[in-house]
Ligand binder design. Sequence first.
Ligand code: SF4
Length: 220
Amino acid sequence: MEDKREKLKSFFYKIKECQECELHEGRTRFVFGSGNAAAELMFVGEAPGKNEDLQGLPFVGRAGKILDDLLGSIGMNRKEVFIANVLKCRPPDNRDPKIDEINTCKEYLFEQINTIDPLVICTLGKYSTQLILDTSHGITGLRGKVFHRDGRTILPINHPAAVLYNPSRIEILQKDFLRIKDILGSGNKAEPAPVETHEDEENDSEKDNKDDDSRQLGLF
Ligand code: SF4
């Protein structure tokens, strides 16, 4: 557990200034992902949106609230899972990710998955599903089906933001979260990691940067 957390931290510091694709030009904050470094359940979304870009955290705002509620509905919370995206920087105006951006950024996600080594990956929407399953099929035909890759269970489900445009989708998501609970099995959850604090004396600029980092790292 400690080893995984330290590995993720090192990886975060290694890639947080990434400029490998043009998306770095418009980002406010790099969004690494957050949660439990030893999580058995990992969620993979598409890319940071406006709020995620501003806060440097994944799934905040209204879609994040839906995800929190869905986790709560199966007796779980964010400290027990790890949440990441295919892209770590926000596409302008929340446009769809481009193939070359995904191909450039995907190794970061794969490294996170290798380190965390979750039993179950729940892909949220089209882009993460197609990447993790290495398929060009759409989410509609894949949603709710269970796949196995590299010893892990993959469950594609709709992106929680879909509920914002079509409220009736919540029922499908609730059903899929019950499926997640079944797959994980009762009492088969990762322990929450302790939150770390930084108490070194720093100048304001350094402290602001460290504060940003701490917020991203706080749940590892
Ligand atoms: S989206 Fe990924 S590859 Fe592009 S700049 Fe951000 S971290 Fe780097």
